[in-house]
Design a protein around this ligand. Structure first.
Ligand code: C2E
Ligand code: MG
Ligand code: MG
Ligand code: MG
Length: 287
């Protein structure tokens, strides 16, 4: 009897491994097809200026819309896209589409879009692609977007992977006049002492700090230190993941200038994102 159960278990285990492998292969095939057929869409999350009470920019966030209409979130396919090498193609499309969208809005709504920037996430794999700098130049160039309206976001870990190589690429990117922000700041491996060696123009404080800033003094101290660091290094500072008016009040009192989070808006489809720029201020001053 025991033998029988054991054998059954073995069979079940085998079956699960098989199913996992099939599921992964299917996802991989679907993702490759998605790249060829262009099944991606960008959502845009507003970044607001707290002092001016108006929109400062958008972050473009990718979603995969499958042919059946279902939406796949980036954390569910970006890692696989990196692994199988299609991330450079996806990332290039994202840059081009985000630049095109902001350029279009600037044309149709010049006042609303005055000074507004577009942030695009870069993956580690893109950073090591020799074609990257040309692709960036073409993305804003073909769209007719001024280089300084484009912000590229990179994580500490992506840079630290090959710090020497990264510094060179980042310098070339800044040489174009494009801004560079360090994403999820505080969660990675970079040490504060070498931050000034990277030609970074802004820091985005990770939401794990922001979300505890109201309740925990130690988190508030860290956020305070990051804000001071950004100021001393002449960098822009964005607080990510602001969800409550309490967090907002705290961030304002610590001197944070830019904020992004569900309190203001979730990532929005293009039409809604444009509408947000019309009246972004109510919540910024609700605190
Ligand atoms: P990220 O760059 O740190 O983007 C911010 C993420 O936090 C977004 O998740 C956004 O929806 C979420 N978020 C914003 N405000 C709040 C908030 O108040 N509360 C909470 N709980 N979450 C908030 P999303 O869209 O799922 O993207 C996840 C990550 O996927 C991004 O993190 C980024 O690393 C990556 N990603 C997204 N789009 C792209 C892309 O086009 N290329 C690459 N390489 N990565 C991308
Ligand atoms: Mg980001
Ligand atoms: Mg982030
Ligand atoms: Mg994050």
């Amino acid at each position: 009897r025991a033998k029988f159960a054991g054998k059954n278990r073995y069979v079940l285990f085998d079956q699960k491994m098989h199913d996992d492998a099939v599921a992964r292969l299917t996802l991989e095939n679907d993702l490759r097809r998605a790249v060829v057929e262009g099944q991606f869409v960008l959502y845009y999350q507003p970044i607001v200026s707290l002092s001016r009470g108006r929109i400062a920019g958008y972050e473009a966030l990718i979603r995969w819309r499958r042919p059946d209409g279902s939406i796949v979130m980036p954390l569910e396919f970006i890692p696989l896209a990196e692994e199988i090498g299609v991330i450079t193609e996806i990332g290039n499309w994202t840059m081009r589409e985000a630049c095109r969208q902001l350029a279009q809005w600037r044309g149709s709504h010049p006042e609303r879009m005055e000074g507004v920037t577009m942030s695009v996430n870069l993956s580690r794999r893109q950073l090591s692609s020799p074609a990257l700098v040309d692709q960036i130049r073409q993305a804003y160039g073909d769209a007719g977007l001024p280089a300084d309206r484009l912000i590229l976001e990179i994580t500490e870990n992506a840079i630290m992977q090959d710090a020497e190589g990264a510094v060179e690429v980042l310098k070339q990117i800044r040489g174009l006049g494009v801004e560079l922000h360090m994403d999820d700041f505080g969660t990675g491996y970079s040490s504060l002492s070498c931050l000034h060696r990277f030609p970074i123009s802004g820091l985005k404080i990770d939401r794990s700090f922001v979300q505890n800033v109201g309740e925990r003094r130690d988190y508030a101290a860290v956020v305070n230190a990051i804000i001071a660091l950004a100021q001393n290094l002449g960098m822009a500072l964005v607080a990510e993941g602001v969800e409550t008016t309490g967090q907002l009040a705290m961030l304002q009192s610590l001197g944070s200038e830019l904020a992004q989070g569900f309190l203001f808006a979730k990532p929005l489809e293009a039409g809604k994102a444009l509408e947000f720029a019309e009246h972004p201020t109510r919540l910024a001053f609700a605190a």
